[in-house]
Ligand binder design. Structure first.
Ligand SMILES: Cc1cc2nc3c(=O)[nH]c(=O)nc-3n(C[C@H](O)[C@H](O)[C@H](O)COP(=O)(O)O)c2cc1C
Length: 206
């Protein structure tokens, strides 16, 4: 059985450009792919606390955790297990002030830890997550690569690509849904422009 984990971030529900584009992808998935969904706009997430940062450091060096630290760390390990239990990943990510929404950053801060999602060996960091990933990036403007180089204001795709490499997600596919600030028509045009690519990427999921 093939499992795809769909992570959405926009609080805008069905009018969201990234959610509409993700739906095109999901509709085009082959039979036999099971999907799970984490909606980060709705999900209750823990805070990064003193206990949690202590637990992270102690887990790293193999030291004993206090009861409070263990309680908070167990929640993190469960979140990591939930994240890793997939073969493919689909992230629907709006651009907020040139980068990713803060709730996605909070999620990443909660699930990215040495020994759980990455490790290090003589060659540097090595990811402990298996799976391909498709990112749908919605943006009001146009932050696509210019002359083969990333737009200098694009801290959204560049950040997610770097994080993907760190945790081991590969290959990384990107779908740009741009120019979305021109009302519903602008969103419809942006999603329509990305539809062929979204359907082809979904069809390739095995
Ligand atoms: C808090 C916030 C910050 C934004 N910052 C940017 C930005 O830096 N650049 C940009 O092009 N669009 C920006 N936008 C517009 C969104 O990227 C655009 O509306 C996108 O379609 C939102 O995705 P969604 O429709 O899936 O929610 C911002 C929107 C919000 C709500």
């Amino acid at each position: 059985m093939t499992t795809l984990l769909h992570i959405s971030t926009s609080p805008r529900g069905a009018v969201s450009a990234s959610n509409q584009a993700a739906d095109v992808f999901l509709q085009a998935l082959p039979d036999g792919v099971t999907t799970r969904h984490i909606d980060l706009a709705e999900r209750q997430m823990p805070e990064v606390t003193l206990h949690l940062t202590n637990a992270k450091q102690k887990a790293f060096i193999g030291a004993a955790l206090t009861e409070e630290e263990q309680r908070e760390w167990d929640v993190i390990v469960a979140m990591v297990d939930e994240f890793k239990a997939a073969d493919h990943y689909l992230f629907a990510v709006p651009m907020w002030n040139f980068t990713i929404p803060y709730r996605l950053k909070q999620y990443i801060d909660l699930i990215t830890h040495p020994g759980l999602t990455f490790t290090r060996d003589e060659n540097g960091p090595r990811g402990l997550v298996d799976g391909s990933v498709t990112y749908v990036y919605s943006r009001g403007g146009n932050y696509g690569p210019k002359d083969g180089k990333p737009d200098p204001f694009d801290f959204q795709s560049t950040y997610m690509s770097a994080w993907s490499r760190m945790v081991g997600l590969s290959p990384v596919q990107e779908v740009l849904v741009q120019g979305t600030m021109a009302g519903p028509e602008g969103i419809a045009n942006a999603v329509a422009g990305a539809t062929d690519q979204l359907q082809a990427l979904a069809a390739a999921i095995a």
